[in-house]
Ligand binder design. Sequence first.
Ligand SMILES: CNc1nc2c(CC[C@H]3O[C@@H](OC)[C@@H]4OC(C)(C)O[C@@H]43)c3nc(N)[nH]c(=O)c3cc2[nH]1
Ligand SMILES: [Zn+2]
Length: 373
Amino acid sequence: MTQRFGFQLHATDGRARTGVISTPRGEIRTPAFMPVGTAATVKAMLPESVRATGADILLGNTYHLMLRPTAERIARLGGLHKFMNWDRPILTDSGGFQVMSLASLRKLTEEGVRFSSHVDGSKHMLSPERSMEIQRLLGSDIVMCFDECPALPATEDEVAKSMRLSMRWAQRSRDAFGDRPGHALFGIMQGGVTPELREESAEALKAIGFDGYAVGGLAVGEGQEAMFGVLDYAPGYLPEDKPRYLMGVGKPDDIVGAVERGIDMMDCVLPSRSGRTGQAWTRRGQVNIKNARHQDDPRPLDENCTCPACRSYSRAYLHHVFRAGEMISGMLLTWHNLHYYQELMQGLRDAIAEGRLAAFVADFHAQRGAGDI
Ligand SMILES: CNc1nc2c(CC[C@H]3O[C@@H](OC)[C@@H]4OC(C)(C)O[C@@H]43)c3nc(N)[nH]c(=O)c3cc2[nH]1
Ligand SMILES: [Zn+2]
């Protein structure tokens, strides 16, 4: 087990890459999908179940945990890994994005963001320095810079101003992070959909120097075509020997397209959130299990899936427990969706390693029927 943070590239296929990120708490196979555990839990899943789906790393979040139960309390109790019973790597987002999307009465200045908690209305402040302190108290292995993700619609001038603020905050995040062997600090590229701004952001981040680089400011409503348009050039502005993390993505076809364009890490609430609403993702497309047509169907969600839901339960049963509002409904569909996402990532890693990504992607699209299956 290494005491350092490192990234080894094993193979490439076109712009896609496969490799391993090594951390003191374990290895992360890339391309990697990171389940979201916002408030110290991947909803409806035990940590050992999350591991059983094949996840090497999960996500926590500064914004949610600073409000409840507070980072100081988690630190007193031994840190986030011990608190939530997950001893493998954890990446925490820096809180900027969530403040802008969840908090109220926000005041943004050069210093940081003052806001009122969406939980109890209490007053708080987040800054690069405070975000680094919170992520250190949590004990996360991969720390994200404190940034500002502009809400759409935004003019190019507003995007430029916001990106330049985020780059000044990236320097302050780097300075506040200090030297923490075995822990990584990732910069976050901003710049909207403007190539010149994306390049300016990448150059600023490279000049500061980070252990990994995120592509931020995407998956905020711009649509897949615009997102892929940015990914056609933005990852190329980032260092080849460092992990590239696309934040908040996405649907299975978003993930495939992002990996083809050189992305190594992704996170998204979709598989867990949609699982709780009865939406199953399968290799042949989506299944809305609450649809009446499943009520007599003895088949599993997906005959080829080896997850507990598909091994032991029928669509008819899943339909029933969703209609009845039983807790097991969200548990089984979340498990299936996370299992499917990890199976997709393993398929991508194998295909890149064997130089057959194009065939894998063609088969991925060919299998997906239109609409509900
Ligand atoms: C969904 N689309 C999307 N999410 C984005 C994020 C947040 C990603 C975090 O928000 C949650 O996903 C909604 C995830 O669960 C927690 C644990 C809260 O963390 C993940 C971003 N975060 C930062 N710092 N900067 C960005 O430019 C950025 C862009 C994003 N686009
Ligand atoms: Zn399954």
